[in-house]
Design a protein around this ligand. Structure first.
Ligand code: HEM
Length: 374
């Protein structure tokens, strides 16, 4: 099939318009009988099935969308596979390096959980998922411990992606956060990941290092926070199956409800997908959430179970696979294990969940009220 005659699907922006944010899966279900590749109304391609998404993530002609001369583009180029920064971060986020942080993460989870007032509903995002994940990534990056609590407060629902993708001026809250970050990056703590950024890029402008540090913070915080929220929601429905939070269960939870629903990529050369020709320069949206519910790939994809987690796509795949995947699994295990040990009978007040509607490639909630004791 050539590009001219390929089907055009009027999805516009796929499943994440406000009404779909709560349950995009019902919407993906409609794609089961649709062609595996289709044109979105805006001109991008949409690929929905697991085998194709995995193939394209590993395809040498698929680059990451956004690698251009914008500040985020420059940061993504610096992080790309085989760069010095990529290699350094792989080693900084190795299991061995991360083992230094395990005890501190466990202690912090316990201190957060014991300070919760279990007589009243709490907001699981504000009171647990946000502070736990923000603090964890700050410690791993090397933000001074004395600053983290205040910074965490400032970062609550902060649109700090704006500072990465939009030009100044920024809202006052974003500016205040950036000011702290600029001061920190001008003199980062010794032997920290942040200091390595300065060492690897001694000749680049200061603002580039600020953006790079901020991108790491963002990458390490937001997907992780969303994952804890989605996982606690899923586990609340499946409490009879939880005995222990294992790495297997973490992968299954990521497959069942992924905090990353789409990975945008760009063809650097002509690519053929099921006979459809994608020209160099065209954008493709890989539908991760839909691929994770692909009945041709998983036995029982609409159920959370421990067997269906082969080749999960939440972290991407291939050379660009998420650099923080090990950190994410470690944090996920600690956060969920501790939560369930403290509050095995928690109940989510589902009608009061507030879902995020932007950016559409991510899935998560801003507010998720819960009663902690049954
Ligand atoms: C559940 C949590 C997380 C999810 C679902 C997730 C997902 C992803 C995805 C889908 C990508 C893009 C992969 C691709 O383009 O093929 C990515 C890239 C990245 N992630 Fe994660 N991530 C998570 C946690 C983390 C953490 C904790 C860090 C720590 C800093 C991190 C750092 C990064 C970085 C630096 C990149 C860019 C890599 C590159 O461009 O080469 N992520 N992540």
């Amino acid at each position: 099939m050539d590009t001219e005659n390929s089907p055009t699907v009027n999805f516009g922006c796929p499943a994440h318009h406000a009404p779909k944010a709560q349950d995009p899966y019902a919407f993906y279900h409609e794609w089961t009988d649709a062609p595996p590749i289709s044109r979105l109304a805006g001109g991008r391609w949409l690929v929905t099935q697991h085998a194709d998404v995995l193939h394209l993530l590993n395809h040498p002609a698929c680059q990451r969308w956004g690698v251009d001369d914008t500040s985020i583009g420059r940061c993504l180029a610096a992080l790309a596979p085989h760069t010095s920064l990529h290699e350094r971060l792989l080693s900084q986020f190795s299991m061995r390096a991360l083992s230094n942080h395990t005890a501190a993460m466990e202690q912090y989870a316990t201190s957060l959980l014991t300070s919760l007032d279990h007589r009243h509903p709490i907001d699981l995002m504000r009171d647990y998922a946000h502070p736990f994940t923000f603090t964890a990534i700050c410690r791993v990056l090397g933000v001074p411990i004395k600053d983290i609590a205040e910074l965490c407060h400032m970062a609550q629902d902060l649109p700090y992606l704006q500072a990465l993708v939009a030009p100044a001026p920024y809202p006052q809250r974003v500016e205040a956060f950036l000011d702290y970050w600029r001061t920190l990056m001008a003199a980062p703590p010794i032997e920290s990941v942040l200091m390595e950024l300065g060492t690897l890029y001694p000749d680049t402008d200061a603002e580039f290092k600020v953006q790079l540090g901020l991108l790491l913070l963002y990458a390490g915080h937001v997907n992780m926070m969303n994952f804890i929220g989605l996982a606690l929601l899923a586990l609340a429905h499946h409490s009879e199956k939880i005995e222990m939070i294992t790495d297997e269960l973490i992968l299954s939870l990521l497959r069942f409800d992924s905090p990353v629903q789409y990975i945008p990529i760009i063809a650097s050369d002509e690519i053929d997908v099921h006979g459809t020709s994608i020209a160099a320069g065209e954008e493709i949206l890989l539908a991760i959430g839909s691929a994770h519910r692909d009945t041709k790939y998983y036995q029982d994809p609409h159920t959370l179970n421990l067997n269906d987690n082969n080749n999960i796509l939440s972290f991407g795949a291939g050379p660009y696979r998420c650099l923080g995947a090990r950190l994410a699994q470690l944090q996920g295990r600690i956060a969920l294990q501790q939560f369930i040990a403290h509050f095995p009978d928690y109940r989510i007040l589902e009608n009061d969940i507030v879902w995020r509607t932007v950016p559409m490639i991510q899935r998560g909630m801003t507010t998720m009220p819960a009663e902690l004791t049954g």
